[in-house]
Design a protein around this ligand. Structure first.
Ligand code: NAP
Length: 270
């Protein structure tokens, strides 16, 4: 669908690129000519993913925790040494756990905010300072979530992703002086490794939720990668500071009480 030369001579970084949505994004960028570095915490699966992705192009890896500025700076150094520049940053790394608002303690709240909001900001700031601002060129795509009607059942990630969305609007304005574009992609329920960790009652709820998705199906990792590719390409050169939902219109027609009711049923069966 896209020209195979679309990202020739472009250098990209995909956080969380070892699995699921991030892997599909890295694969698509490689297939379209980009040189891609993937980064996440667990070195062994990261290395394995990078070796697999080599089949599609020039793929490197660096273990990095997005919550640690010094590790992000080491990642920037590797990209600088190997490529001398960075053109595309995809902030995809993240994670959360289902819980009702009244049950989340400080540690759980801070863990999700630190990962999904702070980590995304640290990564964006460091890659901005290391590459995009001095280059006067750069593209950022942030993977958030369907936060259109809040996020009942995962208040921490809803708040963190809303923070990323607002941060993106600010950077779109502040860094337009440096020819930097930044946008968000909000996936609905995507069939990917990220769903595997949820307990069986929540997996069953996802199946039930499918009926309320106007598209009548879950999304695929390629559905998300296609939209990231569009936003990272010159086709989107006048798109800045916005969010594209990739959810089969679920945000317009969603039983938002499905997840909290399921959590309540197995946390407190009475
Ligand atoms: N699947 C969905 O339906 C869906 C819907 C909306 C939003 N999302 C979001 O989309 C993104 C990708 O989801 P997915 O389904 O592909 O899930 P996934 O397979 O669990 O991917 C998450 C990736 O992020 C990495 N990661 C997590 N915390 C990190 C940290 N502190 N530093 C560096 N890397 C970190 C993980 O690797 P390590 O554990 O090795 O660090 C993993 O590769 C996530 O942010 C997810 O929350 C997913």
């Amino acid at each position: 669908m896209f020209s195979k030369e679309l990202f020739n001579n472009k250098v990209a970084l995909v956080t969380g690129g070892r699995s699921g949505i991030g892997y599909a994004i890295a694969k698509m960028l490689l297939q379209l000519g980009a040189k891609v570095t993937i980064a996440s915490r667990k070195e062994a699966p990261l290395q394995k993913a990078a070796e697999e992705l080599q089949a599609f192009g020039d793929c490197e890896y660096k273990a990095c925790d997005i919550r640690k500025t010094e590790e992000i700076q080491a990642l920037a150094e590797q990209i600088k040494t190997n490529h001398g520049r960075l053109d595309i940053l995809v902030n995809n790394a993240g994670g959360q756990f289902p819980a009702l608002a009244e049950m989340i303690n400080d540690k759980g709240w801070n863990a999700v905010i630190n990962n999904n909001l702070n980590g995304t900001f640290y990564m964006t700031r460091e890659m901005g300072n290391s590459f995009f601002i001095p280059q006067k060129e750069g593209i950022i795509v942030n993977i958030i979530a369907n936060i259109y009607r809040g996020f009942p059942g995962m208040i921490h990630t809803g708040a963190a992703r809303a923070g990323v969305e607002n941060m993106s609007k600010t950077i779109a304005a502040e860094w337009s002086d440096f020819n930097v574009r930044i946008n968000c992609v909000a996936p609905g329920i995507i069939e990917s490794s990220g769903l595997d960790g949820y307990p069986p009652p929540i997996q069953a709820m996802f199946e039930e939720a499918k009926k309320a998705i106007p598209a009548g199906r879950f999304g695929t990792v390629e559905d998300v990668a296609n939209v990231v590719t569009f936003l990272a390409s010159p086709l989107a050169s006048y798109v800045n500071g916005t969010t594209l939902y990739v959810d089969g219109a679920q945000h317009l027609n969603y039983d938002i009480m499905g997840l909290p009711r399921v959590i309540r049923s197995f946390m407190n069966p009475s």
